[in-house]
Ligand binder design. Structure first.
Ligand code: CU
Length: 470
């Protein structure tokens, strides 16, 4: 990934220099779009530099994880943005692409950043094969701008552009998504983040302000399009439509005050857990939490439709895990349907299967940790276009993680606007857990079960292979 441009801001003019890096002015005819702000789209999945404002009220921009912020046009004091709903291709992680629906070349769409009190005009063009609409989740606005197809507006037909206009009344973290054929359109990735910055840029200042959406897909190995009727049993748990190891690290300079904002547009809750630091929830979907009402935590649960902003001082150097604490949400598709084989001796079985399938290997007899290792290190063949259950690798070996997992990298001596991955943490001597000699009897055979059941006393039961509701 290329972070070289991270050390400076982007002006609107600079923005178009991104052409070679995946962000470019669209080829849409300017005549056809004469009244609309220029269409800017992106197809690179790497985290883009924060978009510093060049007009309007000042603010400290956010960094969208594996995403970007949309430039606007100032028109007689009104900020005009142009979102285009369209089919997109999103790399979920290296090795897997998904055919999604999104906005301006990406799923999620670009982050919208405005300032409390701004008058905002949103143009939404529909390039999908069906109607859509846009709901501005969490905002105070006239009822007719709320974007509920059928209830507050007619749906936006394919090929048409609708205009929404309202004042961004409340500072905080918001989302946008359709309210027309929601089940399909959200399962296909139509969503984005919205930040309304406080009018006073010195209010609640932080040094680094990250944002991402929690989302999920059900894409069968070997296919590219999400199954839209899935209710609970998703197999790709993503942040901004990226799964580990495709999620960039959040990089912080030691002693920076860091804010991380996330909104949940999946069908289940996610307890988001940060290692090595306590944080406070400083913002919710309803706005900022008064300081007297905050308490320290290391995990905060985010229900469906909620947003959270957490803050902490990043004063512990290291590579700290940041992840959803539901263990099935830190794994990728290959592995969800693997039966539990702990304690099952497969030696006879392997011999028989090898006569039919010479490459067959026994898996999971001692747990699943070996599977990530096997796929990562032996280059085990996978079906086309899917991700191994756990593909991430750290400086000490396989990380055994996928899905909603990344790292907070805290380092001394970074530049103020340096978000570049600093590489693996260099641990001070003597501070890494290590093997010590012991006087335990040697492990003679791998027997992961505490004792073999005596005849007639206990049955060894294998878990069923299917599961729902995680
Ligand atoms: Cu989760």
């Amino acid at each position: 990934m290329n972070f070289s441009r991270f050390t400076r801001g982007i002006s609107r003019r600079d923005f178009f220099r991104f052409a070679g890096a995946g962000i470019a002015a669209s080829t849409v005819s300017k005549v056809a779009m004469a009244a609309l702000p220029e269409l800017v789209s992106a197809d690179a999945a790497a985290t883009q530099a924060p978009l510093h404002p060049t007009n309007g009220r000042p603010y400290n921009p956010v960094v969208t994880l594996n995403g970007w912020s949309l430039p606007w046009r100032m028109n007689n004091g009104i900020k005009e943005f142009h979102l285009v709903a369209e089919p997109v291709t999103r790399e979920i992680a290296p090795g897997m692409k998904a055919h999604l629906w999104g906005y301006n070349g990406q799923s999620p769409g670009p982050t919208i950043e405005v300032v409390e009190g701004d008058r905002v005009r949103m143009f939404v063009t529909n390039r999908l094969p069906e109607v859509t609409s846009m709901h501005w989740h969490g905002q105070r606005l006239p009822n007719g701008m709320d974007g509920i197809s059928g209830l507050t507006q007619p749906p936006i037909p394919p090929g048409k552009t609708f205009m929404y206009e309202f004042e961004a009344k409340r500072a905080g973290t918001f989302m946008y998504h359709p309210h027309a054929d929601e089940m399909t359109q959200m399962a296909m990735g139509m969503m984005g983040s919205w930040v309304t910055h406080p009018k006073n840029p010195k209010s609640m200042p932080v040094d680094r302000d990250f944002i991402f959406l929690l989302n999920a897909y059900d894409i069968d190995p070997g296919s590219y399009t999400p199954k839209i009727n899935t209710m609970l049993d998703f197999n790709l748990w993503t942040w901004n439509s990226r799964a580990f190891p495709g999620i960039d690290p959040l990089v912080a300079r030691r002693n920076d005050r860091v804010r991380i904002r996330f909104g949940n547009l999946t069908m289940t809750n996610h307890p988001i857990h940060l290692h090595g630091h306590e944080f406070q929830v400083t913002g919710t979907d309803g706005g900022w939490v008064p300081p007297s009402a905050r308490w320290p935590e290391v995990t905060t649960d985010v229900a469906v439709g909620q947003m959270r902003a957490i803050e902490f001082v990043a004063n512990e150097p290291g590579d700290w895990a940041l992840h959803c604490h539901k263990s099935h949400h830190t794994m990728n598709p290959m592995g969800h349907q693997v039966p539990t084989m702990i304690g099952v001796d497969q030696r006879d079985l392997v011999g028989k299967i090898n006569r039919l399938l010479p490459d067959y290997m026994a898996m999971g007899e001692t747990g699943m940790a070996s599977m990530g290792e096997t796929t990562a290190m032996m280059d085990m063949p996978l079906p086309e276009n899917t991700l191994p259950m756990a593909a991430g690798t750290g400086q000490f070996g396989p990380v055994d993680m996928g899905g909603m997992f990344t790292t907070l990298k805290v380092r001394d001596g970074l530049a103020r606007n340096d978000y570049q991955d600093p590489g693996p943490y260099r641990h001070p001597a003597g501070t890494v857990a290590r093997e010590v000699s012991n006087d335990m009897p040697p492990l003679t055979r791998q027997d992961p079960e505490p004792s073999s059941p005596g005849p007639g006393i206990e049955m060894s039961v294998r878990k069923p292979t299917s599961h729902t509701g995680h």
